[in-house]
Design a protein around this ligand. Structure first.
Ligand SMILES: *Cc1c(COP(=O)(O)O)cnc(C)c1O
Length: 417
């Protein structure tokens, strides 16, 4: 006899369609008209708490339709819209509309992209997304990796792979206790993730050697080379250099080629933080800035910035993906996923990064890359850069402004009343 279990979480097909269509109508209207209102209503946390009220955890359920209608209004009226054309505060981009639909679809299927057996097609789509992102920024198709939640996690993942590859070989068994001689190198302009990484992953903040910048705000590679040599003489163990491809405050790209050479000479891990700037490598006239990127052992980029993906989407690319497996894979007995044979090569992403169960972040990136195409992205990124250049020119002409710098899509200026 066929029986169905009735559960309070169920929504009938009829109701799902009704509420779903209402939601889609609201979202379509919102996307069309977001620019007409303010960037944010700017309510205080206290005002917002009053809106939500102080009722206790609901004992009984509420109608889906009423809940969704109320919540849609709440979000559409009391958010800060980073998709608003006047949102200039941070690098978080407007969400690609196809990414909005992608997240709905991904949540509906709900594949667990930690293991291929649990996410047959999603795993293949993520692998293709990673390949396309490598192609996008112009590095070899040997690079592989995975999608993560954002730039910090993408950098952490590369950092951990580098730490595992270059720290003493017994690090997995003995940990880092006593390895207080490890050193990593980056410019003073490096994003704050690096301090978090040094602290969280056991090296300590003193392991970071902050290298000064030259007149162009790039890491001074002469100082870098000298600093590494001096540390080696003093008994330290340099393991990694971090270059930035698009500094988040000025858009400057380090001399990556020069860093690559130094890393090669001393057998150091070369990590590039391209969270913001790496997608600009798609612009032919900017390619020369990114020379040396193809030498990196690991690269972090952030599709939720310059590829306009909705949050969250970061990506780590590693030149030799075996380093990710060496770092992150472990095999408890109840993990019975790896059934690699000659015919069946499976990819289990839990072995490539920090997460175990993983959502299907790749879908929104994969879809946007196809909807827009390389040429479409080239056009949008070029336009962003043109706007920044125009901003710089206008600031130069303005009597009360001093235009200071312009790189990639970032213009800096000073107000001189
Ligand atoms: C934004 C950014 C990060 C951090 O990325 P999140 O996605 O915010 O975690 C790291 N490095 C650079 C250069 C960035 O621009």
């Amino acid at each position: 006899m066929h029986t169905t279990r009735e559960t309070p979480i169920e929504i009938s097909k009829k109701e799902f369609k009704k509420v779903g269509y209402q939601l889609i109508d609201k979202i379509a209207e919102f996307l069309e008209t977001v620019s007409e209102g303010p960037v944010t209503a700017g309510k205080t946390p206290k005002q917002l708490q009053e809106l939500l009220g102080t009722s206790k955890l609901p004992e009984d359920g509420t109608s889906t339709e009423a809940l969704m209608a109320k919540t849609t209004e709440l979000l559409l009226n009391h958010s800060l819209f980073n998709g608003h054309p006047k949102f200039l505060g941070y690098i978080t981009s407007s969400p690609a509309p196809i990414g909005v639909l992608a997240d709905l679809l991904a949540a509906s299927v709900n594949p667990n992209v930690g293991a291929q057996i649990l996410s047959p097609i999603a795993t293949e789509i993520e692998k293709q997304t990673v390949k396309w992102l490598a192609e996008f920024i112009g590095v070899s198709s040997d690079y592989s990796g995975l999608l993560v939640s954002g730039g910090n996690m993408a950098n952490f993942t590369g950092f951990l792979a580098g730490r595992n590859a270059k720290a003493p070989k017994n690090i997995k068994e003995d940990g880092l206790f006593g390895s207080d001689k490890l050193r990593i190198y980056c410019s003073k302009t490096t994003h704050t993730w690096v301090e978090k990484a040094a602290i969280l992953f056991g090296l300590g903040s003193k392991s970071i050697q902050w290298i000064s910048t030259n007149g162009k705000n790039k890491m001074d590679n002469n100082v870098l080379a000298k600093s590494i040599e001096k540390d080696m003489m003093a008994g330290f163990k340099p393991i990694m250099v971090i270059g930035t491809a698009g500094d988040v405050s000025t858009g400057v790209v380090d001399n990556l080629d020069g860093i690559a050479e130094i890393c090669k000479k001393h057998k150091l891990w070369f990590h590039i933080d391209g969270a913001y700037g790496a997608p600009a490598a798609v612009i032919p006239s900017l390619k020369h800035h990114f020379k040396g990127m193809q030498e990196a052992d690991s690269i972090a980029l952030d599709p939720h910035k310059w590829l306009y993906s909705p949050l969250e989407a970061g990506c780590t690319l590693v030149k030799n993906p075996q380093h990710l497996v060496d770092t992150f894979s472990s095999h408890p007995e109840y993990y019975n996923f790896s059934k690699n044979s000659d015919e069946v090569q499976t990819t289990n992403f839990y072995e490539y990064g920090l997460q175990n169960s993983r959502g299907f972040r790749a879908l929104k990136v994969w879809l946007a890359l196809q909807q827009v195409g390389r040429s479409g992205y080239e056009k949008m990124i070029q336009q962003d850069i043109h706007l920044s250049e125009l901003f710089f020119e206008l600031a130069e002409k303005h009597p009360e402004l001093e235009a200071v710098s312009q790189n990639l899509s970032i213009t800096t200026l000073r107000y001189l009343p």
